[in-house]
Design a protein around this ligand. Structure first.
Ligand code: T5A
Length: 207
């Protein structure tokens, strides 16, 4: 089964992915955790290019194609083989991040992004996607609490950009059946409880 997590930076995805990994392993499931961009030697090099603050001159089109280059490699080198072995693949971000950040956030053509999804993903689409939806004011608070962390090139974007990205995720929640919006302005435990209860009802999970 293929499960992805989406949300704004600091929305708590990594926290929830790692709780789910522990839960599945305690229940004797084989799990493979990935994050995007990254996850293969080539994809990690592309990640450095994408997030490096020094690359401020990077154009939106370049950014989009680099995310999909990294993803094309990850899907073929890691995701498909792992899914073929019956392993649970948990992904901290996947293609919906490109729709939200590069499509809605940067204003790139959404139909072109859909055609990239067809070309790069093919049938390799998550079975379920948890969108941890956190308000911009809560994100701001968490950024301040983590002020020792140096923000990367994309995290340094302004509030208006993040408003458009969140709006993109909300649109996806309305149009994609696999996309589950979870209220992320709550305790870590109550968010995880809801994720588990939704997952346990999924036919592939009960399988
Ligand atoms: N990107 C990525 C694109 O633009 N297009 C794409 O196609 C893709 C794939 C990746 C960047 O690339 C962009 C999006 C990103 O800007 P990254 O370093 O991988 O960058 O960063 P993120 O994926 O954004 O991950 P973060 O680590 O920044 O945030 P998370 O994983 O959402 O949050 P997490 O779990 O680390 O938590 C953040 C803080 O909040 C606390 C945690 O303890 C932590 O301090 N927290 C909570 N606090 C209160 N209540 C809760 N419920 C909390 N849950 C967590």
């Amino acid at each position: 089964m293929f499960i992805s997590f989406e949300g704004l930076d600091f929305s708590g995805k990594s926290t929830q992915v790692s709780l789910l990994k522990n839960f599945l392993e305690e229940n004797k499931k084989s799990v493979y955790l990935i994050r995007e961009p990254g996850g293969t030697a080539i994809s990690e090099k592309i990640r450095q290019l994408l997030l490096d603050r020094k690359n401020f001159e990077m154009q939106s089109e370049t950014e989009l194609l680099l995310f999909y280059s990294s993803r094309a490699q990850l899907i073929r080198e890691v995701i498909r083989p792992k899914l073929g072995e019956g392993i649970f693949v948990l992904s901290d971000r996947f293609h919906d991040s490109s729709t939200a950040y590069q499509g809605y956030g940067r204003g790139l053509d959404l139909d072109f992004i859909k055609s990239l999804n067809k070309f790069v993903l093919g049938e390799t689409v998550p079975d379920i996607t948890f969108f941890i939806d956190v308000s911009l004011s809560e994100i701001e608070k968490r950024k301040k609490l983590n002020s020792e962390i140096e923000l990367d090139r994309i995290e340094s974007s302004n509030d208006e950009f993040y408003r458009r990205v969140r709006n993109g995720y909300l649109k996806l929640s309305e149009t994609e059946k696999r996309f589950k919006r979870i209220d992320g302005n709550r305790s870590i435990d109550s968010i995880f409880e809801e994720i588990l209860s939704i997952l346990k009802k999924h036919p592939k999970f009960r399988g």
